[in-house]
Design a protein around this ligand. Structure first.
Ligand code: MSP
Length: 519
């Protein structure tokens, strides 16, 4: 058994329908997954839903449903959404599943037995919306709390706390010693800055069941349920445990999780893909939880930025939203996948504009890639009845350069740059059409051989592009292969080597990949 490359996303709260931000993150993880599979790695891709906690309980109440019924209904929508995005995940976790609940309780028992928790009283302010305790420090200069906290109430209650302070220096040393652990580096610096300038407060890991019962009961005190973040973070190991991961089985000894066959070696995760707002949970609490569990840390936390629309926060209440489903219906999935990854590098914040979306569709997809493939194959059809001519290597070096550069960028999870590299080949090939003018060559019988050289280079460049594009635009890549008359999917990077198109074969029927739209 060899360890799989293990990629996860944040698990989304099921208190509404998926939006652009959720889609973006899942597409990042899917492209990383497909790219590594294409490059020959065995990958396990996990995504799913965070179903417990106050947010979900309140949403269910507002919908007049019991929380489980509410979650079951929405989970079906979210799973359909994952399908619509053509995510190639291997498992879909729901935190209400018994396999996850059992693991959370095992973790809690173990940490409790090892003395990591204590019970204490608390009096102070609490934001139900953010499920977080607030202190005087959180007040604004005018004495009020930020409206993003919603209603803030004063609370007096007992809870269980996780002693974090003892691990603070260890965490600083760990992050400093592993430059790629939190990526990009400015996010890493944020965490280090926080850790070096603050004393870590202990983490409240329970909620009294009398106030919030939609959660996993503490195994050692049934009057409490588990704090939703402690519950949610454990998903990354609970699902690995459910697949029989040996590292987790060894750490948990006799806990004897039910395993599925055959067992998979998954932990530690290789990449946790998350948004910048939940970095503290993943960069501070999660490593300390793992240390307490005796498990190795994930290799990397890859932090993306947040999307706005038209320069303002995406918000259901103001109606400033992008509905991914509607965009996909109108423009196709690949146009959506392309825009979010080409427009925004993984790290900074981005801004969706409909005009920007259309401009990229028109320039890069319809006029760039689409036009290249369509005119290359149409000319081959028209001038040579679709029969592939003898091999010619004029664009070989350009294709090899693009493939090598793209491969290196994919391995560094630099998806925007990888798309730029792929488009260097698209642009080069379009320029080649203009320079060689095959439509003129076709009129001169003396240029028959030159025409064939040009046609081979174009068709072969299209084929290589299909392989490079596969992780990003799987549907389009598949269509290019089909139009070239090739069987199977362009899902193996090795096929990007020049010369794969066999002379004498007949290609299929060309059809526009990205129909031009009048806008
Ligand atoms: N349930 C927690 C995560 C638990 S992970 C163990 C949560 N859920 S969420 O639904 O609020 O957010 C899920 C992911 O979507 C987060 O990584 C978050 O950053 C991302 N996004 C939510 N809105 C976003 C944008 N507007 N733009 C980009 N990503 C955003 O947090």
């Amino acid at each position: 058994m060899s360890k799989r490359f293990y990629i996860t996303t944040a698990i989304d709260y099921v208190n509404g329908q998926p939006h652009l931000g959720h889609a973006y993150e899942k597409i990042i993880a899917d492209v990383l997954t497909r790219a590594r599979r294409s490059l020959g790695q065995e990958v396990f891709f996990l995504t799913g839903l965070d179903e417990h906690g106050q947010k979900v309980q309140q949403a269910a109440q507002a919908d007049q449903k019991d929380p489980q019924t509410y979650c079951d209904g929405l989970a079906a929508d979210w799973q359909a959404f994952a399908k619509k995005l053509e995510l190639t995940h291997d498992d879909f976790v729901r935190t209400t599943q018994p396999r996850h609940r059992a693991c959370v309780q095992a973790v809690l028992s173990r940490l409790n037995d090892a003395g990591h928790f204590y019970k204490a009283g608390y009096t102070g302010f609490y934001s139900a919306k953010e499920e977080t305790f607030l202190t005087e420090k959180d007040r604004r200069p005018d004495g009020t709390f930020d409206p993003s906290y919603g209603q803030v109430v004063e609370l007096k209650e007992d809870n269980y706390y996780f002693k974090l302070g003892a691990h603070q220096q260890w965490l600083i040393d760990t992050i400093e010693g592993n430059p790629d652990f939190i990526t990009p580096s400015y996010r890493r610096n944020e965490v280090l800055g926080f850790l070096k300038n603050n004393t870590l407060e202990d983490l409240c890991i329970s909620r009294p069941a009398s106030r919030l019962n939609w959660g996993i009961p503490l195994p050692f005190d049934p009057d409490f349920v588990t704090y939703v973040w402690f519950d949610a973070l454990v998903n990354y190991v609970s699902i690995a445990a459910a697949h029989g991961d040996p590292t987790i089985a060894a750490a948990f000894g006799d806990l004897n999780f039910k395993t599925q066959n055959p067992p998979l070696e998954l932990w530690p995760a290789d990449i946790h893909v998350i948004g910048k707002d939940i970095l503290k949970f993943h960069g501070v609490y999660w490593p300390i939880m793992l240390k307490a569990m005796g498990l190795p840390l994930p290799k990397q936390i890859l932090v993306h930025g947040w999307w706005q629309k038209d320069g303002a926060k995406i918000s259901k209440s103001t109606g400033n939203v992008v509905d991914p489903m509607a965009v996909i219906e109108e423009w196709g999935l690949d146009a959506f996948r392309f825009y979010v990854l080409r427009e925004l590098d993984i790290g900074p914040d981005g801004n969706w504009t409909d005009a920007g979306f259309r401009a990229r569709y028109q320039a890069e997809l319809a006029n760039g890639l689409g036009n290249l493939v369509n005119r290359s194959l149409s000319m081959l059809q028209r001038y040579r009845n679709g029969v592939v001519p003898a091999r010619s290597n004029e664009l070989e070096a350009d294709a090899a350069r693009a493939a090598e550069e793209t491969r290196a960028l994919l391995q560094q999870s630099r998806l925007q740059a990888a798309l730029q590299s792929i488009w260097s080949l698209v642009n080069r090939a379009n320029q080649y059409v203009d320079q060689t003018a095959p439509f003129k060559l076709a009129k001169d019988p003396a240029q028959a051989q030159r025409l064939e050289e040009v046609l081979y280079n174009l068709a072969e460049a299209c084929r290589v592009l299909a392989v490079l594009l596969w992780p990003f635009l799987p549907g389009t890549a598949g269509k290019i292969y089909a139009q070239l008359g090739l069987e199977g999917a362009p899902d193996q990077w090795g096929a990007a080597t020049w010369g794969g198109l066999q002379p004498g074969r007949t290609i299929g029927a060309p059809a526009p990949l990205f129909p031009r739209k009048d806008v």
